[in-house]
Design a protein around this ligand. Sequence first.
Ligand SMILES: [Fe+2]
Ligand SMILES: [Fe+2]
Length: 630
Amino acid sequence: MRGIFGILSSLVMVVISAGILYGQSDFRVFPYIQHPAPDAMTILWFSGEPSPGSCSYRKEGSHLWITLSADPDSAEAIRYSDWEDTTYFEGSAPSIPYRHRIRIENLEPGTRYEYRVTQGNTGFRSAFRTAPEGDAPVRFIAYADSETEPESTGKAADWPDPVNDSARAYFWDQTTGYRNNLEVIRSREPDLVVIAGDLAESGGEQRDWDEFWCHNTDPSGALSLAGRIPLMAAPGNHEYYEGHMDGYAQPGSERAVGRFLTYFEFPPNKSPNPEQEGRYYSLRYGPLTLIVLDLCNNSPNGSDGDTNFRLLGENDTLGGNAPDFGPGSVQYRWLEDRLAGAQVNSIFTFVVFHHAPYSSGPHGYPPGEEAFQDYQSGVPVRMLTPLFMKYGVDAVISGHDEMWERSAVPGVEVLPDEEEREHTIHFYDVGVGGDGLRGPYEGTDNPFRQFLVHSDVPETWEEGILLDGGKHYGHLEVNVFPEYGDTWQAVLEPVHVFPVYNAQDSAYTAFERRVYDDVVILRGSRDASVAVKDQPAHHLISSIYPNPFNEHAVIEYHLPWRSGVRIMIYDVQGRLLRQLDEGVREQGVQRAEWDGRDGAGRPLSPGIYYYRLETGPGHIVTGRMVQLRK
Ligand SMILES: [Fe+2]
Ligand SMILES: [Fe+2]
């Protein structure tokens, strides 16, 4: 399956760079779903021709198809600029596309529907699930900084060596890194994917958005990520960046973000400025509320409160519509209202935006344009922490610094009845979607840092091959599910896509999903009097001893909850050799012993083996062990 997907995406990319979109297809962008609700879903697609397409849908298992059609709109905002036309298309760039939107309504909650879209002579079929009504287990995946552009192909990110600080290039180019990351995300079948900004390299360059949708949609509905799973996104500074044309100047920045706003549809925020619809919003989904903010700019320009010195926003002279976020601003008042509602109505509250407020990277420098300052600093966003704290936000997910970093800020939540309780907010930088892989910068100050991959996950090499550890592309997987009684858990897993060396290819052509040892487990309840949130995070952890081993190895693990468990043993080629253990285990320390034999009882040769421990809700840890002799 991977092979086919890879070939298709590269074909599509080749075709785009030749200036002909999608060969014979009548789609410019294949259909994808947006704006999930318990009773509705939006289907969007783009065509080259103005003829109306149609969408048919049915509840899975039903024989009754219902067909809807709508007149397309000319999508002026996503036309190729004159600069792109001249530079890349010799003056014959594709025409302005047409945007097709159908909102399917009166659906049943938590239900799977199949849908088909017909445009001209081309068909597309896929499926989606509506949002649940009330509490139900939810899985969502978040990342940031995919920064897609055709130029990412063949270009590997710098991968600074944490030991001696020397420069290295990553194993994969950025296109491959992002594609593999998306394949792992797709394999997990999340309910939602949330992108914390910097989706495309230059928000104002149409080719960079073509590249984004090449990765996230597909002619086959079975292979399409965005065709089956709603993508949500926060605008990042790159969405406001017009690249080679006008940088962050106005009105170029508004033209740039206009592309983002054309592609996505989010719940309305009812801003008094209708131009700000789609830039920030909130979504209630089962037991959680996701609040997505636009913190790309704050007024006055160039002040201590500004996150982008080059961008002029809503209260700057000749500024655009990038919303302010400081106290007193419309977005701040809206945010407080949403947070207060989420504290009462949801078990967990997650806030998503682009600019990580606590960071050990360059955006962790205070705002300014001098040395050890940053003109796109995330530090001003710290002004929102008291508000997040007051309403008990559980985790804040950002990007911008293109590392993997978790910070924990302690404080006091104020409950609706004025009662106070200790609370910790976890702040994530998940900017490892497909770009930077940066290391920390000298002189940054993040006193709340708990986990930074670059410094906290050493690489293990053997005979010139990376076996474990290190900083890689990845994402945050969040699983929310009932624990017992009224108590729910949110398990936050730092997933990375580990490049596996393939001896046949003499290259890192394989990959697997791995989880860093920084899993955070939050507990929550609808009953505010049950003080379950104020406990430290628990981790699913494992270790092995002795290692290396001769006769027997013991895999010891700590289960933070009672759960189904499965342990498998693999060789370095990823072949399953043995299922070691399976069953329900109690919370606490557990052990499993391996005698170095495969499933048929045959002794295995000395060498490196891996174990993989999976728990019921899909949490995984892996480990490596060395068998010396029999
Ligand atoms: Fe970025
Ligand atoms: Fe950024």
